[in-house]
Write a protein that binds this ligand. Sequence first.
Ligand SMILES: Cc1cc2nc3c(=O)[nH]c(=O)nc-3n(C[C@H](O)[C@H](O)[C@H](O)COP(=O)(O)OP(=O)(O)OC[C@H]3O[C@@H](n4cnc5c(N)ncnc54)[C@H](O)[C@@H]3O)c2cc1C
Ligand code: FES
Length: 1248
Amino acid sequence: MRYDPILKNVEDFTVSSCLTLLCSVNHCSITTSEGLGNSRDGFHSIHNRFTGFHASQCGFCTPGMSVSLFSALLDSTKSSSQEFTVREAEKAVSGNLCRCTGYRPIMDACKSFASDVDIEDLGFNSFCKKGDYSLPRFVCTFPEFLKDEIKSIGSGSYKWCSPESIEELQSLLGACKANGSDDVKLVAGNTSTGYYKAEKERSYDKYVDLTRIAEMREVRERHDRVEIGAVVTISKVIAALKEMRLSKIMLFGKLAAHMEKIAARFIRNIGSIGGNLVMAQRQHFPSDMATILVAAGASVNIMSLSRGIDKVTLEEFLQGPPLDAYDLVLSIEIPFWHHKHSELLFETYRAAPRPQGSALAYLNAAFLAQVKEDTKVIINCRLAFGAFGTKHAIRCKEVEEFLCGKVITDNVLYEAITLLGKIVRPQDGTSNLAYRSSLAPGFLFKFLHSLKTEKQPSSSHLDQPMLSSSQRVPIDREFYPVGEAATKCGASLQASGEAVYVDDIPAPTNCLYGAFIYSTKPYAKIKGMRFKEKSVPDGVVGVISCKDVPKSGKNVGFKFSSFTEPLFADEFTLHVGQCIALVVADTQRHADSAASLAVVDYETEGLEPPILSVEEAVKKSSLFEIYPFLYPQQVGDTSKGMSEADHRILSSEIRIGSQYFFYMETQTALAVPDEDNSIVVYSSCQIPQYVHSTVAASLGIPENKVRIITRRVGGGFGGKAVRSMPVATACAVAANKLQRPVRTYVNRKTDMIMTGGRHPMKITYSVGFKSTGKITALELEILIDAGATLGLSMLMPSNIIGALKKYNWGALSFDIKLCKTNLLSKAIMRAPGDVQGTYIAEAIIENVASSLSLEVDTIRKINLHTYESLALFYKDAAGEPHEYTLSSMWDKMGVSSKFEERVSRVRDFNGSNIWRKRGISRVPIIYPVSMFATPGRVSVLSDGTIVVEVGGIELGQGLWTKVKQMAGYALGVLQCDGTEELVDKIRVVQSDTLSMVQGNFTGGSTTSEGSCAAVRLCCQTLVKRLKPLIEKSGGPITWNNLISQAYAQSVNLSASDLYTPGETPTRYLNYGVAVSEVEVDLVTGETTVLQTDILYDSGKSLNPAVDLGQIEGAFVQGLGFFMLEEYITDSEGRLLTDSTWTYKIPTVDTIPRQFNVEILNSGRHEKRVLSSKASGEPPLLLAASVHCATREAIKEARKQLRMWKGEDGPSLMFQLPVPASMPVVKELCGLDIVESYLDWKSKVISSF
Ligand SMILES: Cc1cc2nc3c(=O)[nH]c(=O)nc-3n(C[C@H](O)[C@H](O)[C@H](O)COP(=O)(O)OP(=O)(O)OC[C@H]3O[C@@H](n4cnc5c(N)ncnc54)[C@H](O)[C@@H]3O)c2cc1C
Ligand code: FES
């Protein structure tokens, strides 16, 4: 909130703290999520809604979500309607990222505040029932005491100055120039430093804040134009264009609507219109603002010290030489376009990976046309294109001239588009070059088409009401409170921002900060290392490398049983991204900046060339051994199966790329040296036990001198299993060497480059099948790129085959190789191998269907397992016949999703739509999981409260919540007080490796079950010890009395145990079915998921709310893998998509618009933990249904294109790669689709 002491008014807005300069918050009071409400003063209703709607998992994104929602609510109070509508609610968090929840529950929490919501339409929640709905308190006031403290910073000797008038600014800049200082920075919102990261690091002599200059902050309406001050924020520009008289001008409404897709609300709230245009002008930023304003005929008022004030058109401004540091954009003018006797048309377009913004466009465009009302002749037009790999937005004047004086016909359209193709050409080196070029004709076609009388291509779905959902969740009270949809432990703390993650632990005295220096070569000798510019950059205290590992220790950054991997590269680097050293400095900023200044000298002479592909690895026999017990078993005789087949597809090839974890909390650790040569490490990790042994081994100290503490992890997804170990160990080695605490919070780019992700692989298969589609044999060769070191890659073969066996292939054989390359070592990411196995299976099924010209759904159904074939493929993991629920789930899903009816609706839609095609797919999954040993301890304190420790780590998967419920159930059998009272007394605490040994790992989806089983054993021991006291008491006894007596009689009230799966099969199968329906825009390649229906077997769910969250969250993460996340490297393995600008995880606007989930309670399974089943990873595989549906839609597009092009058209036997991103989809639908259509049309017409 900013207070204006002269006007005495308060203005409120939300900002992104990482882009806000400290001095710019002068005159402001800052409210964080914790300021809205907290555990001491009471939580805010926003926090309570997040908890009640189960909208927080790891919780790392939740304070940001809360503040974004708060901001949207505040904004709504300023609008003319003063209403917060469902539509507003859906945009409230569109710029925020969450990797856990899948957004649906967050959306529901937001919608619960909307004035037009029907509470009964809201998703599954714990409190929001009709009649139980209170209006929130979302008012914040500027503290009175601060008003008196406000002082303006003068323009004198400070580095930061805030002139209040143009004259003051002029004299200030004049003085700077006269002093010969060129190191001056004009600052408006400072958001450009989010894109130009180097700017963030740079320090200037003088910062001139433009935001206090009244003339530059105003929106003025003139008689023929609107003039917008350059520092007016984009949010205010939008508000101004929507309000006032301007809203009646169609052009302004369109501009405002497009501007709402620029960045996110918290960027638009401080980012200015002028700042955007200067970025476009000076640094060739791919701006939307520039493109749409060029089309709108805007001009710019510039003030320079030498020339005074100039007015130039925006095009001239963009084309001119880069603005001088002292040149100032004063304002932007947009004409009203009076248009007597003519019709004005104006449209804007953008193709971007995210429809609602928060992603730069592949290409944007805006078109204005004045058309004679009677004759429809074009009198005037402006066609602007930008962001396509050009220096700045351009106008296509040749096309404009061509169109003027014409009426739009197919021929005119064709010629205009042909002409355009020669002009809109991205610069060489631009990514997705052909795709970007193909967008321009598509958009122009859409626009000009609207000038014809024919039906217009349909508008975007996002103009319509958006998301809806349903959840069918069984509540089973047999083991109450287990089975209850209890809210997540600590969710309100997460929402308010009070939850403590590693980086929130206050820095101990003398704390230092580390940043990694990593290799940029795949295979080279390390000759030396130095820093650019200075020999020792600011704040640097030391550079820790393998030489600093104590003599008694070993250079290990990963130790798992007898497997080890080096911590720091020694003489040679083995891959790009390998850790070479940790530079340690007095602040994280200094450490990061020093790491970016590090130069490593390499030598490659005389070395073998690096192995950069799986094929080369095979050629050079560079393979990791796969232990026989980890190698999956073949099924049946494939030669026989092949000989029985009517058809065969031979040696077909599939390639699959990687995926990055994108946990919100990047890798982080804090190491604190302690007495007697011991060390405590706070680590965000999934396997504290192995972090522990790795740290001990690296320091060469006994394990009893190491203590690893992990309270909670801000998202792991497998990335904090192995990859957290070198991070914690490097901090420990540095702390040991310098005898000072050392911490690191790895920045996103380094995390992406060093951590790795899913295993890429190449698959070659031959499949034999009958004419009915029944498959008789499948033979596979799978080459997995494990990278330079083994890590946990040995798990991959059995995981891939485990998921692939979901169909009855008749007979199955494979040859799997784990290739050792000079590429980044791959890590196990949520559903590792299983997701690839699912994709491979579906690609084969689709290929079989295409070659037989049969429906894919028919081929899937015919190849589903019977219980007998299931038992043959999965052996004893198949369980009892009644446990095999998949085939009945397949049929149930057919009915509940109205599959057949929708298939025929999709067919009708495709028959009557040229530019949009739909596809629908039903996909089954089978996912084997294993149980493993897990410890637990339950202790009762003297006041009756209970503390629980488990080996499993709370990563957001709700482990603590389930454990708490289990403790409540297992102790509840004593029937002292009510179960709720008992549960309220339970607290699950952080993992501490000296307190609880043999913690094992958190992963593989079964840690919650295992931890619950361990806690149950502990509770059973306590119950056994307490029961005699109850019997002695002879009547009802309260819990507190019982515990008092136990304390008095020295009954041991702490029990620990280790759950081991023991005799029962350690593996069981999880089942699910999903139906997804998508719509593909053939002009842009954008895929909209219209509807997804999921049916998932959770056994007797331990907590259906938690499992629902896991199902939805995993599905959306899978959606990212299958559809969005492009993990692109160069030929030597350097990651090119290494930031949020280029790597796009799903956002709220990319999830299914109708998202229905049903959890199936498949009843009792004696051998599992209270009959429950896993939910963490398997549902991720269900996202394959979206990919398969997209392929169906593309097939329809290709059929149509074949009709237009005849023999030259595309084949219907094609493979859809992963991810099916917009460029990929568009390419398969036809980059020249518009031209082909017009060409075909002209031929058809001429043949009549
Ligand atoms: C995450 C993110 C996503 C984004 N997505 C989009 C998008 O999709 N489309 C799009 O068009 N834009 C996008 N942007 C850009 C955003 O609109 C700009 O960052 C913002 O408008 C810049 O305004 P500012 O006030 O913060 O500029 P600042 O950062 O303060 O300034 C930018 C530059 O202009 C100079 N400057 C500022 N004002 C003036 C002036 N009046 N006269 C002379 N020089 C000046 C500054 O010295 C600096 O060099 C995105 C930005 C971010 C951070
Ligand atoms: S809950 Fe959103 S990132 Fe984890």
